[in-house]
Design a protein around this ligand. Structure first.
Ligand SMILES: CC(C)(COP(=O)(O)OP(=O)(O)OC[C@H]1O[C@@H](n2cnc3c(N)ncnc32)[C@H](O)[C@@H]1OP(=O)(O)O)[C@@H](O)C(=O)NCCC(=O)NCCS
Length: 227
């Protein structure tokens, strides 16, 4: 159930586990498969496919950029975020059709510290593939990959609303953000075990005169439930 929240939450220090960093480099990451998908490490040659994805207005409408990329040069930094040396702290993948290898999306963890202090995930798919359960299939598979990473104990500062009891080793979490309109993404998160634990208003980038509701989601994935 959502509770009202501010976008600059307080912090509480907790002991937890997280995937050990540096993460395994892209070059050593094994591809994973699901019924329909091949989920593999990103490579520099994915630039053109990522550009195709990022030039679909429907895809970009829910991103903070709001508009499509104007050139390959504009797309390149969005790929570089996940290529060496940035693969040490991100776990983001090319999402491809298993049968053909065609890249149709991108997704994973793009940062170890969200506004809630926990790792944060995101994903985007070409519009022709929406509404077929592909994002859910990806996220479910990705959570299994995330859980298999070696762990280390860490002490981090997190939003107190994400922890009921800060004593001992707190179960680690993964977080995500969506705008209210993005019902599809909310459903994907819910189907993969995420819960909406916070909502707050922010100026709508599409029209700063009005506010838009942002939904914060969290999930405590476990090896047992994700594989
Ligand atoms: C959001 C996105 C990832 C969803 O991908 P997808 O492959 O269509 O998702 P799935 O098919 O796995 O699941 C979508 C679910 O939402 C439901 N849904 C989608 N739009 C809906 C709407 N407007 N109202 C109600 N339900 C909706 C679908 O019916 C489905 O639920 P179901 O399986 O219970 O029927 C895709 O639309 C996308 O790439 N959007 C652009 C980028 C983006 O918004 N990324 C997420 C940022 S938070």
């Amino acid at each position: 159930m959502a509770s009202s929240a501010s976008s600059k939450p307080a912090r509480v220090s907790v002991k937890t586990t997280l995937p050990a960093r540096p993460l395994p480099p892209n070059s050593s990451r094994l591809a994973a498969t699901s019924d329909r998908l091949l989920i593999r490490a990103l490579v520099p040659e994915d630039l053109q496919s990522l550009h195709v994805l990022r030039t679909q207005p429907e895809v970009m409408a829910t991103t903070p950029q709001l508009r499509v990329d104007n050139s390959l040069e504009e797309t390149k930094p969005w790929l570089d975020r996940f290529l060496p040396p940035n693969d040490e702290a991100t776990f983001h993948f090319a999402i491809c059709v298993k049968e053909t290898g065609e890249m149709i999306g991108i997704g994973g963890c793009h940062g170890f510290t969200s506004i809630f202090g926990w790792p944060v995930i995101g994903y985007m798919f070409r519009k022709e593939f929406w509404g077929q359960g592909v994002a859910t299939e990806f996220l479910h598979t990705w959570l299994g990959m995330w859980c298999k990473l070696p762990r280390e104990e860490v002490e981090i500062d997190v939003d107190p609303r994400t922890v009921s009891d800060g004593d001992g080793l707190v179960p680690e979490q993964v977080t995500a953000l969506t705008i209210l309109d993005n019902v599809g993404s909310q459903r994907v998160l819910e189907k993969c075990g995420f819960e909406n634990f916070a909502t707050w208003l922010e100026p709508d980038l599409r029209n700063p005169e009005v506010d838009v509701l942002i939904l914060g989601f969290r999930h405590s994935p476990s090896k047992e439930s994700e594989i």
